[in-house]
Design a protein around this ligand. Structure first.
Ligand code: PMP
Ligand code: GLN
Length: 381
């Protein structure tokens, strides 16, 4: 064997892969990894078939096909009031994961500091570290997981290059509020700090709340990479297609990396999604659809000994289990999969220090029947 110095020595297989594999091995109901167990729209599949039959089977343009970029620009202007130039400010990516990696790679240099909020989605920190950047993480406190902006202020210094935000938030299901936007705006105002805003759950927001996209606020929009995922929006996580929007000066750097990372993303799906986006109901109906699932699932969990945490957005519901066990969340999640037959994600895996507050995350993007069966099993715990 040739000696290799690992670039990510602490990293193993991620928790989503681990828990989904365990669920499959044991035949447990998989409420761990975030993906739907029902099919995506047949119309969308027909549109992909048509695109293939119509010969769209060669490389797409590097930044994505123009009709799709145009539809994204139209949707963004309609929802958030900002005009992105599809020519220079929107790029189609292989899911949000690639958009996040590309944005970080484009702007983070060795010793640049990046602020992230934990629990944090798992792909931010490794990308920062691979670029030689320094992760500055701030832990949020249950049950509200609100950002303490005074604490953020204390972390900022002349090495701070970026703040990564994620609203609606995975895994805590919280959202940014207007006060957060005001605090953030005043904090970054006189500073050269970029924002990477992970908005993959932009359409999954409940109780009539507003999604505070960075695209709504000119002073924040001008310093932001915004990333989105069609996998989340159109129930087809396996297609791995998403996009990034950023002002031209940032997008120029983003594309320099994008062209060598993937060059371009599969063409037929792009044609299909461009067509599908023309009907705004295809994305505006999502919050109603998932709010119903959230409410049913929460009503089910209320019959168990698990305690619900708030859920304002995303398709995740977190719970505490202190009345049931004092095991670590990882031990308990594994035992729950083995003995109760329901797989979840332990929240400690979203913290760099493995902070364990005895919280598990369930994904409710599942058929009613799946959720009912899961609740029946959880009631017995
Ligand atoms: N960000 C968050 C918060 C996520 O939950 C996910 C998982 N879908 C991603 C990014 C990655 O999205 P994609 O599957 O489009 O790469
Ligand atoms: N976003 C999904 C989740 O949070 C998982 C995606 C993945 O497996 N990387 O569960």
């Amino acid at each position: 064997m040739i000696p290799v110095v690992s670039k990510l020595p602490q990293t193993g297989t991620n928790i989503f892969t681990t828990m989904s594999a365990l669920a499959a091995e044991l035949g447990a109901i998989n409420l761990s990894q975030g993906f739907p167990d029902y099919p995506c729209s047949p119309k969308l599949i027909e549109l992909v078939n048509n695109a293939m039959k119509n010969g769209h089977n060669q490389y797409a343009p590097m930044a994505g096909i123009m009709p799709l970029r145009e539809q994204i620009a139209i949707k963004t202007e309609k929802l958030y009031g900002t005009i992105y130039n599809p020519e220079t400010e929107i790029t189609i990516t292989a899911g949000a994961t690639q958009a996040i990696f590309t944005a970080i790679t484009a702007v983070i240099h060795p010793n640049d500091e990046v602020i992230i909020f934990e629990p944090a989605y798992d792909c931010y920190a490794p990308a920062i570290r691979l670029m030689g950047g320094v992760v500055k993480s701030l832990e949020l406190e249950a049950p509200d997981y609100r950002i303490e902006w005074d604490m953020v202020k204390r972390l900022i210094n002349n090495k701070t290059k970026m703040i990564i935000l994620n609203s609606p938030h995975n895994p805590t299901a919280t959202i940014l509020h207007q006060e957060d936007i005001d605090e953030l705006s005043s904090l970054v105002k006189q500073q050269d700090i970029l924002i990477l805003s992970d908005e993959v759950y932009e359409h999954l927001i409940y109780d009539g709340e507003t999604h505070h996209s960075m695209a709504r606020y000119p002073e924040l929009q001008q310093r932001s990479f915004i990333v989105a995922s069609f996998g989340k929006t159109f129930h087809n996580t396996g297609w791995k297609i998403g996009y990034c929007m950023a002002p031209a000066y940032l997008m120029q750097e983003f594309r320099k990396i994008h062209q060598f990372l993937v060059f371009c993303v599969n063409a037929p799906m792009q044609y299909a999604i461009a067509e599908y986006l023309k009907d705004e109901n295809n994305y505006l109906s999502l919050s109603g659809f998932f709010e119903e699932k959230r409410d049913d699932f929460r009503a089910g969990i209320e019959q168990t000994r698990f305690k619900l945490l708030p859920c304002s957005g995303s398709y995740f519901q977190s719970v505490t289990y202190d009345d049931i066990s004092q095991e670590t969340d990882s031990e308990f999640a594994i035992r729950l999969t083995k003995e109760a037959g329901v797989a979840s994600i332990p929240l400690s895996s979203f913290y760099s220090k493995g902070t364990d507050k005895h919280v598990l995350r369930f994904c409710f993007a599942k058929k009613q029947e799946t959720l009912d069966r899961a609740v029946d099993k959880l009631i017995k715990v």
